[in-house]
Each structure stands twice: as structure tokens, then as C-alpha cells.
Design a protein around this ligand. Sequence first.
Ligand SMILES: Cc1cc2nc3c(=O)[nH]c(=O)nc-3n(C[C@H](O)[C@H](O)[C@H](O)COP(=O)(O)OP(=O)(O)OC[C@H]3O[C@@H](n4cnc5c(N)ncnc54)[C@H](O)[C@@H]3O)c2cc1C
Length: 442
Amino acid sequence: MLGGGLSGIAAALTLAEGGLTDVTLLERGATLGGLAGSFERDGHFYPLGYHHILHRDRALLYFLERIGALSDVRWRRIRMHFHLDGEAYDLGRVAGFLRYPMSLPDKLRFARLMVRAFVRKDWSAWEDRSAAELVDRLAGPGVRLAIFERLTRLKFELPCAEVSGAWLGARLHHREGSAPLGYIPRANWTKVLCDGLARLLNEAGVRVRLRTRVTRLQTADGRITAAEGESGERLTGDIFVSTIPTEIYRGLLPEESTPGLEQIRYSALLSVVCATRQKVPTTAYWTNLATLDRAAGAIFLLTELNPTIGRPGDTCINFVTHLGGRDRPLFQETDEQLMERYRDDYKAVFGVELDPFWTHIARVPMYSPVFGRRYRNPPIRSGTWRNVWFAGNYRTFPSIVSTGTALGSGVETGAALLAELGRRTGLPEAIARFRPKAMIRG
Ligand SMILES: Cc1cc2nc3c(=O)[nH]c(=O)nc-3n(C[C@H](O)[C@H](O)[C@H](O)COP(=O)(O)OP(=O)(O)OC[C@H]3O[C@@H](n4cnc5c(N)ncnc54)[C@H](O)[C@@H]3O)c2cc1C
């Protein structure tokens, strides 16, 4: 298994629980979890950037139940603000929605679009069509210009015309801004998840090798024969599952020519988590900086979702910027330059200075595939190498990119691989059947 993010963990677990006795997972980091990893400050753990549990993320809920953590999850409705031209609008509330600079007929069309997205689960008919076509057809250009052109730029630095309609439809279906979001009190839930999954891997007999960056893949007779680590060690294997970003995988194997892989481009992400004891002049968990003139795309108040994350009395703030690619100048700036920009953003949005007493900066060069208009999932296995399989969020389009979709992709690939070997797992069915007993508010 190449990669110990959630998709690699789920694939390894599926294979080991399906009866394979010799499963090894190679992860370059010091811990499992990848993008869902954590960092520590004074004995408290924090996510690399905002992470909330989506109520429709069934694979995530299933695995939280398996590790005994689902009953600890609490659900809250959060406030999401649109900050536009110096004003904050809460589109989830009637007053904020009515004030938003968009005509009344467009507001009605927007509301109709949201209802349609809520009831429609499958958006695959919108593959090969753009988000602009989707919004124009279901709500009109006025709604696109007032809201969605801003959102696709915040997410991919692209206009709606270049973003997939299927992706946007699926994203609206998840209602991230209006449905209750989950968290675990007095903990960072991604750490609880990763620790619990590490325990399951151990129980299933998976060998986990951390701090093992794969730098070469050796091939012979149309198969990969071994992975080579940074220190030169050679790890042989019969079957390889790649869950690392496709750009890294292709760098290791330039001869790989499976259709669809070459076109995948990754967005980059900057995420700064910091703590303050100052009073924060907003109750919004999520503020989108929709004027598009700031370095940050969004500011999250992590303590608004989970008031008990970190040290009592601290307020945790998270600045996030999605970039079209890691070549953007902002991605190369020093920590000091970046922090200065984010403090400027804070002042411009909330009208007061921010003086954090610690900051943690994460630069993610490959965050998510850019789901452009023509995005298609690559196949589940390599067309070039007979013993190579793929899993990860680059295969879960048009669904949103989440912890649950990563876990689901790992399970799907593990199950397909087992089937090829004449074995069966009931995991995909167990996940599809899974319904949480209750959603406790908190
Ligand atoms: C800031 C932020 C906010 C998010 N918010 C949410 C949220 O609110 N809710 C939600 O559900 N999801 C959220 N997500 C998304 C979620 O965390 C990811 O979609 C998911 O964790 C991706 O898992 P993965 O296994 O597909 O990829 P990754 O986590 O990228 O896993 C790939 C792994 O491969 C390893 N690797 C790469 N190259 C090599 C190599 N050469 N050798 C060995 N190992 C290698 C990496 O270290 C990594 O561990 C967020 C992500 C971020 C970054």
C-alpha cells in the first residue's frame, strides 16, 4: 500500500480483513492520516485545517462507529457568512439572505436550486458540462454572477465555465453550509479517527511503516516488483495499491500511461491555524471572503464548531486559501509574509487586529484534483502495470472531497482487488446499509 492517508488505511484494512495475510502500508509521514493528520500544541491536538463531519459521509460514520467514537460525536448547525464589499451576510438566515445584493427573482431561483440539489443525489448526468451551464439552467446567470462565480474562484481559482457541473451539483447536495456538522468534544476528531483506524490496522495484522517515502518503483515484465524507500531499502510485493497523489505516482513511474491519470492536476492549499485569547467579533464558524481581493479565501473559527478544542479559554482561528496550483506566488511566500497578509485580512474583515500567541502553517502542494469541466475518474487499476490498483479522492468524482469519500474509495478498491483474487468482503454493503442511531445535538 503506497500512502497512509485515509484511502490507504481503508484499502489496507479491507484487504487484511478480507483474508490477505501479508499487507504492508508505506507512509512518508511520521503518523498516519495524511491530509486528515493533526499537530500538537501544549498537549492538545488540532487538525491541519478546519475539519467537520458531514452528516451524509456514510463511510466516515461507519468507521467512527467501528472505532467506538460515533456516540461521542455532537452535531451543530453553524453559521456561514459571505463577506462581500465590507458587509457580512448570513445566507442561512432570512434576514441575511434578504439583504444580500441579488434581485428578489434571483433569490427565489437560488432557493429553488438549493431545494433541487437537496433532493437530487446523482449528478453524473452533468459530467462534461460546466458549473456555469448548471447554474444558468437551474437558476439563471444572475445567481451565478452573484454567488457561484465567487465560490468557484475561491475553491479552484477558476470561473464557473471551467468547473464541472456534476461536482457543483454533488457539493450542493451535501449542504455543507446549512446541515448540522459533527465534531467530538474535548478532542480533535480527525486524531480520534486516525488513532482508532491505526488500532484496527494493528488488530488486522497490517504492517505499517512510517517515515518511509517511496522514491522509486521498480518494474519488470509489465509489473511493479518493488518499492524503494529514501534510504535505499527495497520492499518487494506481488500487488501494489497507490493512494498517493497521481502527480507523485506518475513522477515515480514515467512510463505509466493509464488513460485519465495524466490529465489530473492538483490544487494547492494554505492553512494557518492560530490561537488567541482576544474577543473575536463574529459568531460565524465559516466566513467566505467573497470579494476576492484578500489572500485568504475563508476564515474559520474552529471554536464555534468545537468550543472545547484546545486549551480552555483559547479561541482557534483558521485561515485557508485554495490555489489553482503550487506554482502560485502566494504559495512560495515566507511564513512571516503569509501571516502578515492573513492578519491584514482579519483586520479588513472584522475591523480589529489579531494577535495570536501561536500559529501553525501548513502548505499542502497537492490538496485536491481540480474538478474541471471534463474531469473523469481514472480506472481502478493501472492499464500499464498488471499488478497496480488505485484509490483516493481522485477517483470519487463527482462527489465532494472528504474524509468519508477517501475511506470509501479505499474500501472500493480493496473489495475489487479481493474479488479479483476470488475473495469477498462484506464491507461495501455494511457501509451502504449503515445508519447512525441518533444525531446528538451539542
Ligand atoms: C484544510 C483541509 C480541510 C478539510 N476539511 C474537511 C472537512 O471538513 N471534512 C472532511 O470530511 N474532509 C475534509 N478535508 C479532506 C480530507 O482530509 C481528505 O480528503 C482526505 O483526508 C484525503 O485522504 P487521501 O488518503 O485520499 O489522501 P492523502 O491524505 O493525501 O493521503 C496520501 C498519503 O500518501 C502519502 N504519500 C505521498 N507521497 C508519498 C510517497 N512518495 N511515499 C509514501 N507516502 C507518500 C502522504 O503523506 C499521505 O499520507 C479537508 C482537508 C484539508 C487539507
